[in-house]
Design a protein around this ligand. Structure first.
Ligand SMILES: *Cc1c(COP(=O)(O)O)cnc(C)c1O
Length: 355
């Protein structure tokens, strides 16, 4: 039976990206050695790093004056590296859910923080509006896509201060105006690659403005100066990122990813809104295209486990909702096909007929 992978992360990748990575682990470039057992400084690996950085810049239209680096530690390490490198006195954070809150928690270790707005009052089912970004802070931080609660901010803020965004779960799903950011970062395992690598896009002249000493490994400038090779980078995840970046380019780039994301989301939300058994959990205007959250309607709550089992029996994988929302979450990252979403919709329609 065909399986449709709706996992939230690590998550779906194009089949060919997985096959190419597997092949490189067996025999890289026909050199008779595995990608896992060669030096990151070898003439075979250096072009992988170079092209991965270059393609990130090309696909996201990154302006001159920005660097792309690939680090370890996940997006979670960035929660502390960001304030380490950018927070001198005070920083502003938008609290839209679990990850945003974790980022804010780390910033508090380094200085004063302002929570500019929060949607905690409604279990993060909307994006706060009408808040002001203060002009007396070192930076403003937000999470563009809230993987757990299924809300998304698809706009680039015009702010009086440097803007830093966690784009772990919607990077490369749409064009962004990178020039409006001092930094964009994310764990790769949602929309870019397998787990094990973190991407950072940072404006070079936004760095070096804090007075504290920064440990070498946690200083972005170290990694920029060394071409993301200060220490051994996660070679296999970077290779799979490169294969995925090539795939995205061949499909038509982020514009095409954007079109597909809207198409998938429209199909699935339309069924959630139509089907009497289900309802969405998020304010309509703030719905994420990447993580689509829904629950059983109140009259059908007792059918939740039955629907989960039914969907699983038809090949749907990973649609169980996060424990803080409950119900279901269908993650529809770049590699998810329209066919996959249609299969889930068919399964929802069939379940409705049975009840
Ligand atoms: C998954 C996720 C993280 C955490 O990423 P790790 O790489 O596991 O540290 C942070 N932010 C967002 C938005 C995420 O989806």
């Amino acid at each position: 039976m065909k399986k449709y992978n709706f996992n939230a992360g690590p998550s779906i990748l194009p089949r060919e990206v997985i096959e190419q990575t597997a092949q490189a682990c067996l025999d890289f470039n026909g050199i008779g050695l595995s990608l896992m057992e060669i030096s990151h400084r070898s003439k075979d690996f250096q072009p992988v790093m170079d092209e991965a950085q270059q393609l990130m810049k090309e696909l996201l239209d990154v302006p001159a004056g920005y660097s792309v680096i690939f680090l370890g530690g996940g997006a979670s390490l960035q929660f502390c590296m960001v304030p380490y490198n950018f927070l001198e006195k005070k920083a502003a954070y938008l609290n839209t859910g679990t990850w945003a809150k974790k980022a804010l928690k780390e910033a508090k270790l380094f200085g004063d923080t302002i929570e500019v707005a929060s949607s905690a009052d409604k279990n993060y089912n909307y994006i706060p509006k009408g808040f002001e970004i203060p002009s007396d802070v070192d930076y403003f931080h937000f999470t563009s896509n809230n993987t757990i609660f299924g809300t998304e901010i698809r706009k680039d803020f015009d702010a009086p201060v440097p803007v830093i965004a966690d784009m772990s779960s919607d990077i490369l799903s749409r064009p962004i105006d990178v020039s409006k950011y001092a930094m964009i970062y994310g764990g790769a395992q949602k929309n870019l690659s397998m787990a094990g690598v973190t991407f950072v896009i940072v404006k070079d002249d936004a760095l070096g403005k804090v007075s504290r000493n920064i440990p070498t490994m946690l200083d972005y400038r170290t990694h920029i100066e060394k071409g993301s090779m200060f220490n051994t980078p996660p070679c296999v995840p970077i290779y799979s990122a490169l294969m995925n970046l090539r795939w995205i380019k061949a499909q038509g780039g982020v514009k095409e990813m954007d079109r597909r994301a809207s198409e998938r989301a429209e199909i699935l939300y339309a069924e959630i809104d139509r089907n009497k058994l289900f309802r969405g959990t998020v304010e309509t205007e703030d719905r994420s295209r990447m993580n689509i959250c829904f629950v059983m309607n109140d009259d059908y709550k007792e059918l939740e486990a039955e629907f989960a089992a039914f969907a699983t029996s038809l090949g749907m994988v990973g649609i169980k909702g996060h424990r803080s929302v409950g119900g279901f979450r269908a993650s529809c990252y770049n590699a998810m096909s329209k066919e996959g979403v249609e299969a889930l919709v068919a399964c929802m329609k069939e379940f409705e007929k049975k009840h």
